[in-house]
Design a protein around this ligand. Structure first.
Ligand code: PXP
Length: 247
């Protein structure tokens, strides 16, 4: 279990703080630059329909600020599809999106959304992006993702984190096993398994220790820690914990 696991740093909430006042501070491009120097393996951002954090001009600013692969999270809408086709992110990740939610609450219902997603996935892949689907650690969703040609599935770790924080260690163990089983199954069916959502210093290690996972996407906690420690040290600490989990 020694292979390194990649860290995708989600910088959405740098833009959340910026947008609280308008203007340009804190600068999203600077966040991408710092994350790059601190050892991130990719930069992730979610262009939401309501533009509550990342906004359209940020896309080019992020691209110019880093050489790292970009992971653009987006809803499966015609508008986002056109933007992603023009932007050509290294990875286009479909996530469910509801206006009233504070964050991405659950995984995609890939099984139910086949007809809408499959043509978009095909077009994005032909256009040079890899395509990821954000799903619950559920074998039904995994197989649905495989049928529609996804390259990657990111398994939602939110429930695992919530159970850990609530002290529900037995239930957390069950959820961890579900994620581990799905990661293994993903490799068997030819999909690259990744994971993310809600991860913190205290919860990242068991997830990072799942040997099949290739990448974790982490945002809110890192940006929160950056207020106290700085973005560079926060990312480096997360990196260290992920490496320890694989040691
Ligand atoms: N993965 C996906 C698909 C997400 O939507 C998010 C949140 O934007 C994350 C990972 C990162 O979650 P968090 O910000 O809680 O670390």
């Amino acid at each position: 279990m020694t292979e390194r696991i990649r860290l995708g740093v989600n910088i959405d909430h740098v833009a959340t703080i910026r947008n609280a006042r308008g203007g340009a501070h804190p600068d999203i491009a600077r966040a991408a630059e710092i994350a790059t120097k601190a050892g991130a393996d990719g930069i992730t951002f979610h262009l939401r329909e309501d533009r509550r954090h990342i906004m359209d001009p940020d896309l080019e600013a992020i691209r110019a600020a880093t050489h790292l692969p970009l992971n653009m999270e987006m809803a499966a809408t015609d508008e986002m599809h056109v933007i992603a086709m023009n932007y050509k992110p290294e990875t286009a990740m479909f996530v469910p999106e509801k206006r009233e939610e504070r964050t991405t609450e659950g995984g995609l219902n890939a099984a139910r959304e086949h007809n809408r997603l499959a043509p978009m996935i095909r077009a994005l892949k032909e256009n040079g992006s890899r395509v990821s689907l954000f799903i619950e650690p559920d074998p039904v969703q995994l197989i649905a993702a495989q049928r529609m040609g996804a390259d990657i599935t990111e398994f939602h770790t939110g429930r695992f984190v919530e159970l850990c924080l609530a002290g529900e260690s037995e239930l957390a163990e069950v959820e961890l096993q579900r994620i581990a089983d799905c990661a293994k199954r993903a490799v068997e069916v030819g999909i690259e398994p990744q994971a993310g959502h809600g991860l913190t210093y205290d919860t990242v290690k068991p997830i990072a220790a799942i040997p099949e996972l290739t990448e974790l996407n982490i945002g809110h906690f890192l940006i929160g820690e950056a207020i106290f420690a700085g973005l560079d040290p926060a990312i480096r600490r997360m990196r260290e914990l992920m490496d320890e989990a694989r040691a």
